[in-house]
Design a binder for this molecule. Structure first.
Ligand SMILES: Cc1cc2nc3c(=O)[nH]c(=O)nc-3n(C[C@H](O)[C@H](O)[C@H](O)COP(=O)(O)OP(=O)(O)OC[C@H]3O[C@@H](n4cnc5c(N)ncnc54)[C@H](O)[C@@H]3O)c2cc1C
Length: 460
């Protein structure tokens, strides 16, 4: 069956390609989506969203609410046992922040908290919805070769022998970097290569859903630093609890010595239990584990005359930043405008990527640190505000884009010293080991307002 030609083409039907497809369909643009859907049980990474990702997801995909789960906080457990808890819920409850975020980004006031997303169900549903649109022609065929003239993609060869002449191409092939390779745009490494082991652990059916009323650790993204001295291996554990399962992963330097994958996951379990996060008791059934080798990188150029890289094919930065889906949503949002003004949007895209990846070192530093250092906390909070500014500078209307650029630089130069950008105590709590146990296992009603301080006092 010949496919329609001379249309915008999205290569890759993973979540990033689907975000672009949804954005083009919303703008009334007929287009072609190429590549097979992700097989149902295939492993997925990227289940924790940051503030902007959560707001954007609620705005861009408002229908699929049932697969996203409330997340109030991110807890950074240093290898030295102190924990820094950053409260997204308090951030989003602040009128100042809501005004800035919603006004700057032009988003509806749709969510009081951030999300963990069950990507297994979410991606499948998103695929079904996107491909049901009369504006979308989907084909599971793969692109085997790309022809380029100057800075223009002129032809795509498919694995059934067809040749397409796309008006525009969006590369959503993730680490495969199909366009980057064809155009000779080299990836620039941000860091050493990583080896990551991950698995899901399931809750028995019929246990009831107390995700919202249960202990605090359930509504928190946990990042736990492992050090050779304390745990026998250096790495970063993530724990993402959802009602039916918990996603666990351990990311390590690829070259560093490490135990086998099963032992690495056992260490993650033991270390978390010692922190008051007994996720194995709640989710006793282990699913299969997977290991991937990956790297953090970016491209100096992420778009050209008629092509644009989306999400993980443009750059990949530290997992602790939870930025993969957010950046794919941001880039998808400007895809319709890119069709009309590729140069203008291209300039904004290049700046967006440079600014996003400048945060990589912050997350790497924090995740390797033996203690949560004050200067890092300040950088962490600044980074959160800078992301809002950067996002606005890419996707908002012209006036707000300019404000976004100014805000980003003001924050970078630390010129903004008013309360809005200096509310460390308001967004973060530093928990000692005992307070950590108490906070993690307290229920929300027990830790409203001052009672967090009370808990800290009681726990010494
Ligand atoms: C360890 C780790 C942890 C992470 N944690 C987070 C997190 O907490 N939060 C977050 O937001 N992000 C996170 N990310 C990033 C996140 O995983 C990615 O941003 C996201 O899943 C990438 O989705 P994608 O659609 O771009 O890629 P994929 O899901 O890989 O899709 C790529 C698609 O391209 C298709 N394709 C490839 N080649 C061709 C071809 N030749 N022709 C046609 N189709 C083709 C494939 O079939 C596939 O469907 C993490 C990443 C890593 C590595």
């Amino acid at each position: 069956m010949p496919l329609p030609d001379h249309r915008p083409v999205i290569i890759g039907a993973g979540v990033s390609g689907l975000f672009v497809s949804a954005a083009l369909a919303r703008a009334g643009v007929p287009h072609l989506l190429l590549g097979p859907p992700t097989p149902p049980g295939a492993p997925r990474l990227g289940e924790s969203l940051d503030t902007i990702g959560s707001l954007e997801l609620a705005a861009q995909v408002p229908e699929l609410t049932e697969f996203r789960y409330r997340k109030d906080c991110i807890a950074l457990h240093s290898s030295g046992r102190e924990t820094g808890v950053f409260s997204f819920r308090e951030l989003l409850a602040s009128t100042r922040v809501r005004l800035v975020a919603h006004w700057m980004l032009g988003l509806p006031r749709s969510t009081p908290w951030t999300f963990h997303v069950d990507r297994y169900a979410f991606d499948d549903q998103l695929f079904t919805r996107c491909t049901a649109s009369p504006l979308v022609t989907h084909s599971p065929l793969k692109v085997t070769e790309i022809k380029v003239e100057g800075d223009r993609v002129t032809a795509l060869h498919l694995n059934d022998g067809q040749v397409l002449h796309p008006s525009h191409v969006f590369d959503a092939t993730n680490h495969i970097r199909l366009l980057g390779r064809a155009l000779g745009v080299e990836p620039i490494s941000l860091d050493v290569p990583r080896y990551t082991v991950f698995a899901r652990y399931f809750r028995p059916e019929g246990e009831g859903c107390d995700h919202e009323a249960g202990p605090n650790w359930l509504r928190t993204t946990h990042l736990v630093s492992l050090s050779v001295e304390a745990h026998g291996v250096e790495g970063l554990v993530w724990v993402l609890p959802m009602p039916g399962y918990v996603s666990i992963g351990v990311s390590m330097d690829e070259e560093a010595p490490r135990p086998d994958d099963a032992r690495v996951l056992e260490i993650a379990e033991e270390v978390c239990r010692a922190r008051g996060l007994d996720w194995r008791a709640r989710y006793p059934t282990a699913g299969p584990s997977t290991a991937v080798r990956h790297r953090y990188f970016f491209h100096e150029r992420v778009s050209g005359e008629n092509w644009m890289m989306i999400g993980g094919s443009a750059f990949a930065m530290h997992l602790a930043s939870s930025s993969g889906l957010t950046s794919a949503l941001a880039m998808a949002k400007v895809a319709p405008e890119f069709l009309r003004h590729p140069r203008r949007v291209g300039r904004r895209l290049h700046r967006f990527v440079r600014w996003v990846v400048s945060g990589h070192a912050t997350f790497d530093d924090i995740s390797r640190s033996a203690e949560v250092v004050e200067e890092q906390r300040e950088r962490w909070i600044r980074e959160a505000y800078q992301r809002i500014a950067n996002h606005a500078a890419l996707c908002s209307v012209p006036l707000k884009r300019t404000l976004g650029v100014w805000a980003w630089w003001f924050l970078e130069w630390r010129l903004v010293t008013n309360r809005m950008f200096r509310s460390d105590e308001f967004h973060t709590r530093l928990l000692s080991p005992q307070a950590n146990h108490a906070w993690m296992n307290a229920r929300e009603t027990e830790v409203r307002g001052d009672s967090i301080e009370q808990l800290l006092l009681e726990a010494g």
